[in-house]
Each structure stands twice: as structure tokens, then as C-alpha cells.
Design a binder for this molecule. Structure first.
Ligand code: UD1
Length: 335
């Protein structure tokens, strides 16, 4: 059985679908701070079974001990983290408490239970504002805000932990820009409060649920002047997390590979304007938009070198812009 922290969050909930399809049972833990309980109904509709869910916080050591005692957990997917850059700047202690202390609490509970297989959902945010066109995992880590720093700290802590005991096997997956939704339309990104992620904003603006999309900046050093990102369908990410968990459950790792860091992206840079054109093409709707100044803290370009994930995980993204746009639009139109 797999424990999914942040179980009702965007990445963990979609990974729960992939696990169910692979016949791997899981228990979802979430404090519902940034995702609704209705995610569970969406999961039940897709998998045909009510998910095993525990409402609680990853910083609650006693709760974690009880979960490890109650369920035959073999590995953990750790996806419980706060991820809004602006909120992290305003409340750094909250971010470090949740993201860093939460991970340490989880690791200590895992050690008490003798469970030493962990997949950590990290983020491309660790690369800061890179100058490289294509980012290998060895690119410099330049976290620019508390949220990004918390991700780097967690990776470093995991590195120390993995080195401390021969049974530890850890994979940190640096997810690039997750977008899209489950193709059924029953599951998608459902944060509390306003989301700032581009494709969701685009879909909501098109549906008339918010003002026109503001395109932040037209003077970036990119081919059309707008920001470039490596957008990846959340179901591709879910499959990547599944493969990572399956790999950890297999044979012991060589000492130099107890903690491996892998980028999960498509390796293809897409600008804001390109995504807008793709959205219009694949949904048949016009996206109302306007130009706006750059958003503070935004990088010009984040694109993954994805060769390591292909080599070590046998994983590569399969879904393209058409699926990302259609699934995001289907999810947005569910109401
Ligand atoms: C954001 C976070 C990042 C986090 C990631 C996770 C910031 C600065 N960065 O990344 O730390 O790890 O989400 O999902 O918040 N854009 C617009 N108009 C909009 C929204 C976005 O033009 O209304 C542009 C942005 O300038 C950027 C691109 O779209 O060029 C993607 O933005 P977004 O979806 O917010 O992701 P990131 O900024 O890459």
C-alpha cells in the first residue's frame, strides 16, 4: 500500500488514479487546506471505488504513527506542500513549517515504522531564473523565494537521509508546469481561492468566470517576448510518479543512487502566446486577453532536459498541447 500525502491535491489525486489502474492500493492523507473534499467523489467516479481517505496534517506525528501502524504502507508519495509564491513571500514561517518541518516529521515517522521508500514531488521552481535554454538536473539551484527555498531544503534533507541508511531509496521528481485534468472531466485542479496558473486562468477567462487573461510581459528574451514554460499534462506526471513508486518497491539501490533527482517535463518550451493559440485551436473558443507588465518574480524560460527520466525511469511524456487544452477546458466547464 502507498501513502499519498497531499492526497486530494492536484498531482497526488491524479496519481491516485494511476495507482488504482495499476492495482496498487493507497491511502490519501490531506488536511484539505488547499483542495476540496469533493476531489474524493471525482476519484470515486473514475475508479469506481471510494478512496481510502484520512483528513489530517503531515506535521501530526501521532497521526502518521497511527497510519503506519494501521496500514501495510510500503512507500510514500509526498505531495503535501504549499506552492503559491506570493503567499510564501508573505508567510515564510508557514511555508517552511508546512513544507520543511512537515517533511522532517514524515521522515521521522517513516523511520520509526521502518518504511524507507519515498517519492518527493519537487518542482522546477528550484532552478530560479535560469540562463540555460534546457535544464539538466545538474543546473545550478537558485531558489528565489521561500516556496522555492523550501523545495531545495527538502531535497537536501532527503539527500542526507538517504545517505544515512542502506535501505533508504528516494526519488525527487522536479515537476515542470503541471496542467490539464483527468480526461473524464471528473478530476482536475481545484485549489481554494484564486489560481494563478496560466492554463486555468485562460480557461476561466474564456468561460467568463474571471476578467480577460493578462499576459504578463512582452519583452522577455524569448522568440515572441512572452514567458516560456515546459507545460506537462498532469496525467503524464501521474504516470511518472507511479513508475517512480514501482521502481522504489523493486530491488535495492546502489549506494550512489539512494537519492535520485529527476526532471519531469516534456522538454519543449511553449510561450504564453503559443499556449493561447493552441487553446483557441483545440477548444474552438477565443481567449479574451490583454497585455500587462511582467509579474514580479517570473522567470523568462523554464524547459527541462528530460533525458535522465527517460534513462532511469523509462518515462517520457505522451500527451501534447491538444490533450492539455481540451482536458483543462472540459474540467473548467463541469459546473
Ligand atoms: C508558478 C510559480 C512557481 C510554481 C509553479 C507551480 C510564480 C512566480 N511561479 O510557475 O513557483 O512552482 O507555478 O505550478 O508564481 N502568465 C500570464 N498570465 C497569467 C498567468 C501566467 O501571462 O495570468 C504567464 C507567466 O508570466 C509565465 C507563464 O504564464 O510566463 C506560466 O505562469 P504560471 O502558470 O503561473 O507558472 P510559473 O510562473 O511557471
Amino acid at each position: 500500500m502507498i501513502l499519498l500525502t497531499g492526497g486530494t491535491g492536484f498531482i497526488s489525486s491524479h496519481t491516485a488514479v494511476a495507482l488504482a489502474e495499476a492495482g496498487l492500493p493507497c491511502v490519501l492523507l490531506d488536511n484539505l487546506a488547499n483542495s476540496p473534499e469533493s476531489t474524493l467523489q471525482g476519484l470515486a467516479r473514475i475508479t469506481g471505488q471510494a478512496p481510502l481517505f484520512v483528513q489530517g496534517d503531515v506535521r501530526d506525528a501521532a497521526l502518521l504513527d497511527s497510519l503506519f501502524a494501521r496500514y501495510p504502507i510500503q512507500a510514500v508519495l509526498h505531495g503535501a506542500s504549499l506552492k503559491a509564491v506570493g503567499e510564501g513571500l508573505a508567510q515564510p514561517a508557514l511555508y517552511h513549517d508546512n513544507n520543511v518541518s512537515g517533511t522532517v516529521t514524515l521522515i521521522r515517522a517513516m523511520e520509526r515504522a521502518g518504511v524507507r521508500r519515498l517519492v518527493f514531488s519537487s518542482s522546477s521552481t528550484v532552478y530560479g531564473n535560469p540562463t540555460l535554454q534546457c535544464l539538466p538536473e545538474s543546473a545550478p539551484l537558485v531558489p528565489l523565494n521561500p516556496e522555492a527555498r523550501s523545495k531545495v531544503m527538502v531535497e537536501q534533507i532527503l539527500h542526507d537521509v538517504a545517505a544515512s541508511h542502506p535501505d533508504w531509496r528516494v526519488l525527487s521528481l522536479r515537476c515542470f508546469n503541471p496542467v490539464g485534468a483527468h480526461p473524464s472531466g471528473a478530476l482536475g485542479e481545484a485549489p481554494r481561492g484564486q489560481t494563478l496558473n496560466l492554463l486555468t486562468v485562460m480557461a476561466q477567462a474564456t468561460a467568463g468566470q474571471r476578467p480577460p487573461l493578462s499576459i504578463f510581459g512582452n519583452d522577455y528574451p524569448t522568440p515572441d517576448g512572452t514567458g516560456v514554460r515546459d507545460y506537462i499534462h498532469v496525467m503524464d506526471l501521474a504516470r511518472g510518479h507511479l513508475l517512480a513508486l514501482q521502481q522504489l518497491l523493486q530491488a535495492a539501490a546502489p549506494p550512489d543512487a539512494r537519492h535520485r533527482v529527476l526532471n519531469l517535463g516534456r522538454g519543449q518550451g511553449i510561450s504564453v502566446l503559443q499556449l493561447l493559440q493552441a487553446f483557441e485551436q483545440h477548444t474552438g473558443y477565443r481567449v479574451p486577453h490583454q497585455w500587462a507588465p511582467r509579474r514580479e518574480g517570473d522567470a523568462a524560460c523554464w524547459v527541462a532536459d528530460v533525458s535522465a527520466a527517460r534513462q532511469h525511469l523509462g518515462w517520457q511524456a505522451e500527451l501534447g498541447l491538444a490533450e492539455m487544452c481540451r482536458d483543462a477546458w472540459r474540467w473548467q466547464g463541469r459546473a
